[in-house]
Write a protein that binds this ligand. Structure first.
Ligand SMILES: [Zn+2]
Length: 298
């Protein structure tokens, strides 16, 4: 009987689009049994996945995540429309009165936390990135590209820029089909769909370290300095990479565990642990040289 009850749910891994908190939730199967082939929208209350935010998740009939929506995402779309309607002069007056804004937070509000984390990883590790948009949406990524490129030290600036792939819902009435085509074509790229959902990542490594960096930057108490904070975290990460490389250049091979101990002892200001070292190793392999990375025995 319990088994039967359990069977009445589908387990779905959700991530809060505002802060990236993750949780597996049980969704009643009956929600998927209705007629038609529409999108199922589920409202996730505060505490449902994350302790701070509520949001909507869009699922298809099979229970695959199609995307996320948050309430202030909808509000920000409405206010964007309003800002455009206002004259530039009014806008300037209004800006002066407002408290300092976090540009970093505004990108998270527009694209979702997990999309921004993945975008940051694709920049740091030099992967191509694509944003899929419906063709009626007029969007430019130039400012975002500029702001995020500025975070990366010159020598590691990405050779890729995020590109927009547009699709016409009249030609592709089932977006899922179009997304599958895009994944197939750009298999080595990071891809975001129009509903804040990361539909493809080309890396296998977990990017928790970047999640923590982004989260800590967004929690910094001076909103106007969120980007600067993030760039400090990245600088520290790059400094730790350089420390690791200069150690590795002197040895033939070293066990991961021993390397963590040595690096921690010699660099009391940084914290090296397994997940951070794995990311450092990946960075060395992808962006410096695989031979040096291979000296770490795991
Ligand atoms: Zn959250």
């Amino acid at each position: 009987m319990w088994a039967k009850l359990y069977d009445n749910f589908k387990r779905i891994d959700l991530a809060c689009p505002k802060c990236g908190s993750e949780k597996t939730v049980k969704v009643p199967l009956e929600l998927f049994n209705g007629g038609g082939f529409g999108i199922i929208k589920i409202q996730v209350p505060i505490g449902g996945v994350c302790e701070t935010h509520n949001f909507m998740v869009l699922l298809n009939k099979e229970g695959a995540i199609l995307g996320y929506e948050t309430f202030d995402m909808m509000a920000s779309k409405a206010s964007e429309a309003k800002e455009i309607a206002e004259s530039p002069k009014d806008l300037k007056l209004q800006e002066q009165k407002e408290p300092p804004k976090s540009i970093l937070q505004s990108y998270v509000n527009t694209y979702g936390f997990n999309c921004i984390v993945g975008y940051l990883h694709s920049k740091l590790f030099d992967y191509p990135a694509y944003l899929i948009c419906r063709d009626e949406i007029d969007i430019s990524l130039d400012d975002m590209e500029k702001d995020f490129n500025a975070l990366i030290p010159q020598e590691y600036r990405n050779s890729h820029v995020m590109e927009i792939i547009t699709y016409d819902p009249e030609i592709y009435p089932r977006p899922g089909y179009f997304f599958a085509l895009a994944k197939n074509k750009y298999n080595d790229a990071f891809i975001i769909n129009p509903n804040w959902h990361v539909i493809h990542v080309p890396w296998k490594i977990n990017i928790n370290y970047e999640k923590v960096m982004l989260k800590n930057a967004l929690e910094w108490n001076e909103p106007q300095n969120h980007f600067r904070k993030l760039s400090e975290f990245i600088e520290r990460f790059i400094a730790d990479i350089k420390t690791t490389v200069s150690f590795l250049e002197k040895v033939k091979k070293v066990k991961e565990k021993d390397l963590i101990n040595i690096l921690n002892k010699e660099n009391p200001l940084s914290t090296f642990n397994k997940s951070r070292l794995r990311l450092i190793r990946e960075f060395i392999s992808k962006r410096i040289t695989p031979e040096i990375a291979a000296k770490i025995v795991i």
